[in-house]
Design a protein around this ligand. Sequence first.
Ligand code: FAD
Length: 470
Amino acid sequence: MTLIDTLRSALGASHVLTGDDTARYASDWTNVYQAAPLAVVRPANTEEVATAVRIAAKAGVAVVPVGGNTGLCGGAHAPGALMISLERMNRVREIRPDARIAVVEAGVVLDALHAAARAHDLIFPLSFGARGSAMIGGCLSTNAGGVNVVRYGSTRHLCLGLEVVLASGEVLDLMTALRKDNSGYDLKDLFIGAEGTLGIITAATLQLAPAPSAYASAMVALPTLGDALSLLNRLQSATGGAVEAFEYIPGATVEALVAHFDGMRPPFQRTYDVNILVEVGATAPCDATPLADGTLPIVTYLEEVLGQMLENGTVIDAVVARNEAQRVEMWARREGMAEVALAHRPFVNTDISVPLDRVQAFLDSMAPRLAEVDPGARTLVVAHLGDGNVHYTVQASRDEAGLLDAILEAVEDRALALGGSFSAEHGIGISKLASMRRRKNPVALSVMREIKTALDPQGVMNPGKVLPDA
Ligand SMILES: Cc1cc2nc3c(=O)[nH]c(=O)nc-3n(C[C@H](O)[C@H](O)[C@H](O)COP(=O)(O)OP(=O)(O)OC[C@H]3O[C@@H](n4cnc5c(N)ncnc54)[C@H](O)[C@@H]3O)c2cc1C
C-alpha cells in the first residue's frame, strides 16, 4: 500500500486530501509561502493524529501541523510534507466557570472560544485581527500575543495544561488544570512557541478571566511616546491595572489606513504623530454601574486622567468612545493594519520588542539608519506599546534579497542594541531563520537542538522551521 492508501484506510478516504483538494492549505495568509503538500489529513481525534504521525514517520515523510494558516512567518509551509490539519478537532470540551478554565481541542477557532466563554460571563483574553480563523493549537504554537498582553500576558501565560502527540506517536498527557504544579520540568512550556517542531498540540486547558462589564475606549493624541507612557502608568494607577490595550498608531499609519480602506475616517481632524488607542476594562460592579447622570465610573477615570493631561499639555487631543459603534470604529483602524502593511511589496515585516521606555529611542535611531540603507524606503509602524512590541514594516524601494536583508539587519541591530528581541509574538517559522542564526545566543541554540533531537530524533516534525541548520 502507498502512504496515501495507508492513511485513507486509517482515517477514512474523505479526510485524506490530495491534489487540487489541498489548494486551500498550500498558501499562507500573506501569500509569501506557497507550496503543495504531499497530502492533508484531517483527523477527528487525538488517536487519529497519533496514527497519522506514526504512519508518516514510518515512511520518513515530514509532518506539518496547521491550524488557521494565519501565521506570518511561514511556519506551516509544507512542500512535499504531510499536513495535519486540526480543523475537525474543534470542540470546546468544557467550561468550568468556578475554576475559570476552558478545556478545548486544538482546532477550536479563537472567536468560537470567545463566544463559549462569553456565555459564562468570562473571556479568553487573547485577541488579534485573525481571531476569526486562527486556532488554539496555532496560537499556542506561536505563543501569540495580540492586543491584550498588557493586562493578561501572551498565550503561554493563559495555558495551564496541554495534550501533545510526539514524533514517536505517543500521547503526552499534561492536561492539568492546576495553577501550581512543581512536579519536575515544566514540559508544557517546551511545546508552547515551538511551532510544531517538537510535537502536535491536540488539546489544552486554558485560563479564563472575568468579562469586563464595561469598557472605556479612546483615541488620544500626545506630543511624545514618553507622554504616552505617562498616560499608561497614570491609568494603571487610577484603575488598579485595568488597562486592557494600549496601541500606538503613528500619524503616517493613520493616513495609510484611511487611504487604503473606503469609508475609514481618521480619528482627528488634524494628523498627529503620536496616536494611542487605549482601552480600560471594568470588572468590578462599582466601576461599571452608571452614575446618576448616566456616565460610567470607568469612563470617568479615563476622562479625569485625560483632562489633567490636556491641561498640562501632555495630551493634545482625545476622543472617548460614547457607544459600541464608536469603539468598533476605533478597533477597525487597528485591525486593518496587517492588511495595509503587507499590501505594498516588497516589504520587510518585522516583529521586534524593546523595553517600553526605549520604543521612542528605537524609532528615533531607525529613521536615519534606514535612510542610509534604503533612501527610497517607506515605513509603516504600529506597536503594542503596552508590551513594547513594535511592528516596523519597511516597504523597500527594490526587490533585492541583499537590500531586504540589510534592512532587516538594521532593524535587528537597533532593537538588540536597546536590549530588545528580534522576535516578539509571531514566531520564527522560516522568515526569521537567518535572524535566529545570527542573533540567538549560541548556547541557547545548541540546547534547543539537543531538545529537538531528543524529542524528534528522525527530524519529521515540521523540519526546517525555528532552528537554523547547525
Ligand atoms: C490579520 C492578522 C493579524 C494578526 N495579528 C497578530 C497579533 O496581533 N499577534 C500575534 O501574535 N499574531 C498575530 N497574527 C499571526 C497569527 O494569527 C498567529 O500567529 C496565530 O497564532 C496563528 O494561528 P493559526 O491557527 O493560524 O496557526 P497556523 O498559521 O496554522 O500555524 C502557525 C504555526 O503553528 C504550527 N501549528 C499550528 N497548529 C499546531 C498544533 N496544533 N500543534 C503544533 N503546532 C501547530 C504550524 O505548523 C505553524 O508553524 C496575525 C495574523 C493575521 C493574518
